[in-house]
Write a protein that binds this ligand. Sequence first.
Ligand SMILES: Nc1ncnc2c1ncn2[C@@H]1O[C@H](COP(=O)(O)OP(=O)(O)O)[C@@H](O)[C@H]1O
Ligand SMILES: [Mg+2]
Length: 198
Amino acid sequence: MGLDLDYQDGQTPLDEDEKEGLIIKTISTRGELDEFEQYGVENAVMWLTKRKISSDKILTQDFVKILHKRMFGTIWKWAGEFRSSNKNIGVDKYLIPIELKNLLDDCRYWVENKTFSQDEIAVRVSHRMVLIHPFANGNGRHSRLYADTLVHNGFGQPYFSWGSRDLVKQGEARAIYLHALRCADMQEYEPLIIFARS
Ligand SMILES: Nc1ncnc2c1ncn2[C@@H]1O[C@H](COP(=O)(O)OP(=O)(O)O)[C@@H](O)[C@H]1O
Ligand SMILES: [Mg+2]
């Protein structure tokens, strides 16, 4: 059976093994897949809204995985598991656990020492998370919802709005978002912080 996906700018392509992990076998187009994934993300958001989760809990490797599983667990068998292949972006697959540990340790330090504003801490985590690219797919959406969880459930602030547009689809908001990520690559976080609250 063929799951035929065409990839746009900045999308992580799935290899054949990963495509094999599709739980709902009737999905055959990118549009159908997008819809099911969107439904999964909405379910994860609903699960989150009812919960108080401490930032200590959020900043664990377990929670990083649990969130991805909540988002994509009905669609992909490998949801919530680190990727086992290398991608055009992201660290080498063997470095994912250590890079993630470093990130979570750094972030706990920033929270304890109030190194940055709460928004900046969440945005920095999201940016570095997507650079690590822990999962085979869904890293962009996961990294943003993870930042939302930290800022809202953890810090008690409103959720981010991330440009108030669908960032999975090609469009102006996605272009601004990717530009802001590239600024963050160069340690310039302001555009991403502003975008997250726009
Ligand atoms: N050039 C880039 N530099 C940094 N991050 C990028 C770049 N291109 C894409 N990304 C990030 O990777 C994400 C795409 O990875 P992917 O795993 O397919 O996530 P999703 O399926 O949620 O879109 C984008 O949403 C963005 O966050
Ligand atoms: Mg993708």
